[in-house]
Design a protein around this ligand. Structure first.
Ligand code: BG6
Length: 517
């Protein structure tokens, strides 16, 4: 993340020298529960290696994997090397491996065995280095399925590992609970051992560069703010479309479904960034206060509303990128009569002065035609249509915030088509990350950014207790309604399409249509 960006290229009228950001990363010790699990192999270990290579970690750090398989430190080092080889998303610079591998350690032990925590305590006492003010910072990363959390936290607590000998932080992965009640129980259980200021509830969407840019775009530019409300905005669309299926994650997905997997967390985060009021500052709690207000002002859906204004779907067999893919019910370990939804569409309202009456249409699904995450803000029509449109433009003005795979911001306008007629023609004003920034600029991957923030002690990009519970409160009624009235038409969309027809009808009834690509 130490990058230097000079935007004095020919596209730019202004010159701007970006000084390399200076992070004072202090010594720390990261303890990964589930240090040999899927998340560690795929994301955490390769990311830590790259951070080390990019000199973004202090000289004095240690990583301790903890897991039930018996392994020595050297076995763990070999395991980590294989994980990096297999899953690194960036170019691997092996010369730095020696330095990195010396920082890797392993503690074998079951999570429900008190001895594991005693061993951990001993290892921490030996390995954790004090920072500049003499404090030993220890981060516990819960890279384990949720059912292990309470056992681990009570093990840490009993052995005095939460507060006391070390200054500690706790990173908890999603899914955070199953519903509002379980999320609140989980929060209470954690709160008995850790203060809120020690807890980092991670959502990797918030580590995406373009997601962070939503706030910069909205609050660093004054021209959009006067338009960013019910007077000028007709509606907002949020799409998180994936072309992949559930892979080998049936055990998790069968219980989660699309709402728990994507809507409750990633989509609610995106929505709050688009809808929140300007914060009074850029401190973690200033931002998080405003986001929570959005969730709290969202219209609570009753059964009738859910039946009319939400759509569920499950993928059938189909073709994606010219490859045949199976139906959800034929995926490995999925029940042949599964009622799990892999697609969601719904119309939400935010009942405050800025947004009253503006629909927010959300849609997400697996095995859709393309992988695309995008937010589009659709502005109202001019009051009079003065120009005939041979090229029929339903809505001349909308703003697209492209999150992935194309990271861009694009304002769509209507202009006069050259000629003697009066025809309106659609054009775009684009900002494109790849084109407009020096290609040498390093885009930190979400986990790089979030791990660094956690090491620095910055909670801005992590969900707070009240935020998590408020997000669940928005989706709980939908999950409940769907569970009490199983769908009778699953599978109702073919893989490789844009989802069930009912999702299109949801917008057509309002005289609108989804963006398609
Ligand atoms: C995860 C979900 O949180 O996000 C997955 O559990 C999903 O089901 C993934 O595939 C999508 O993340 P991204 O970064 O690829 O959009």
């Amino acid at each position: 993340m130490t990058n230097r960006q000079d935007i004095s290229n020919e596209n730019s009228a202004q010159l701007c020298e970006i000084a390399p950001e200076k992070f004072d990363i202090e010594p720390f010790t990261l303890v990964i529960f589930g240090g040999t699990g899927d998340l560690s192999r795929r994301k955490l270990l390769p990311t830590l290696f790259h951070l080390c290579h990019d000199q973004n970690l202090s000289e004095d750090f240690a990583i301790i994997g903890i897991g039930s398989t018996g392994r020595s430190d050297d076995d763990y080092r070999a395991f980590v090397k294989r994980s990096i080889e297999e899953y690194s998303e960036e170019i691997i610079h092996w010369p730095c491996w020696e330095r990195f591998s010396r920082k890797l350690f392993y503690v074998s032990g079951r999570f429900d065995d008190k001895n594991s925590y005693k061993k951990l305590f001993e290892r921490l006492t030996e390995l954790a280095k004090p920072n500049s003010i003499g404090i030993k910072e220890v981060i516990y990363y819960m890279a384990v399925p949720p059912q292990f959390l309470s056992g681990i936290i009570s093990g840490l607590s009993v052995c005095n590992l939460c507060k006391g000998a070390f200054s500690t932080r706790l990173v908890v992965e999603k899914p955070f609970g199953q519903d509002r009640r379980s999320a609140s129980e989980l929060n209470n259980m954690i709160a008995a051992a850790f203060d809120e200021s020690q807890i980092y509830r991670i959502d990797h969407y918030l580590g995406k560069e373009t997601v962070q840019n939503i706030l910069f775009f909205r609050f660093a530019n004054s021209i959009f703010e006067p338009l960013w409300n019910r007077r000028y905005i007709d509606h907002v669309q949020l799409t998180v479309a994936e072309s992949i299926g559930i892979g080998h994650r049936a055990q998790f997905y069968e219980n989660a479904g699309v709402i728990r997997d994507i809507v409750q967390n990633h989509m609610m985060q995106l929505l709050s960034l688009v809808a929140m009021e300007p914060a009074i500052g850029f401190e973690a709690d200033h931002i998080r206060d405003e986001k929570v207000k959005v969730y709290r002002t969202m219209r609570v859906m009753d059964k009738d509303y859910i039946d009319k204004f939400t759509v569920r779907g499950q993928y059938g067999a189909g073709e994606i990128n010219e490859e045949k893919v199976p139906a959800y019910r034929n995926e490995e370990n999925v029940a042949s009569n599964s009622n799990t939804s892999t697609f969601f569409a719904g119309k939400f309202y935010i009942n405050n002065w800025r947004w009253a009456g503006v629909p927010f249409y959300l849609r997400s699904g697996k095995r859709l035609k393309k992988r695309i995450t995008e937010i589009s803000i659709h502005f109202k029509q001019p009051p009079l249509k003065l120009f005939s449109a041979v090229c029929e433009i339903k809505e001349p003005n909308f703003l697209v915030l492209g999150i992935q795979p194309h990271e861009k911001i694009s304002l769509h306008l209507g202009v006069k088509h050259p000629g003697i007629g009066k025809q309106l023609y659609p054009v775009n004003m684009d900002f494109d990350y790849e084109r407009d920034f020096d290609i040498n600029v390093h885009f930190p991957l979400p986990y790089e950014r979030l791990l660094i923030d956690c090491i620095k002690g910055d909670q801005t990009l992590f969900a707070r207790q009240d935020g998590i519970e408020a997000m669940w409160a928005v989706v709980d009624p939908i999950i409940k309604r769907w569970e009490e009235s199983p769908a009778d038409d699953f599978p109702n969309y073919a893989s490789g399409t844009w989802g069930p027809e009912k999702a299109d009808e949801l917008l057509m009834r309002d005289g609108r249509q989804w963006r398609i690509w």
